[in-house]
Design a protein. Structure first.
Length: 130
């Protein structure tokens, strides 16, 4: 099964469900051993959490992920702690704790940030790599 849901689709009503999502790695952050990845598809973003205490094997795989890799993740949805709530995201009430992850496709590092987190590339660079 490729996916059970799309990004931005999961809410508090999905807490406790086992789900599968396939998407691009939009952003990756490592916070003292716990890895946070924003998965992106055409419908939006979903943040997923890789904690070595939950699945050491999945965490080791995720440690190699970079921007624009395509991954498939299986997990259980749980409520996000109140102090971590981010009302700027559609999925702000929940967090995803990974139980299994698969790398579907690697990607070369893009010549500029696609999501607007970094500096904007000049027009010449964007035309060259369109």
């Amino acid at each position: 099964m490729l996916r059970t849901h799309k990004c931005n689709e999961l809410t508090a009503k999905n807490i406790g469900e086992k789900v599968v999502l396939s998407a691009w790695v939009s952003n990756r952050r490592d916070h003292g051993g716990i890895i946070f990845i924003d998965m992106r598809d055409r419908y939006g973003l979903t943040q997923v959490v890789f904690d070595p205490e939950d699945s050491k094997e999945s965490w080791e795989i995720a440690d190699k992920f970079r921007s624009e890799y395509v991954i498939q993740a299986e997990w259980t949805v749980r409520a996000r702690p109140e102090w971590q709530a981010n009302p700027n995201m559609e999925t702000w009430e929940i967090e995803i704790i990974i139980s299994k992850v698969t790398l579907l496709s690697k990607s070369k590092t893009p010549p500029f940030e696609l999501d607007g987190h970094g500096e904007l590339a000049n027009e010449e660079v964007r035309y060259k790599h369109r």
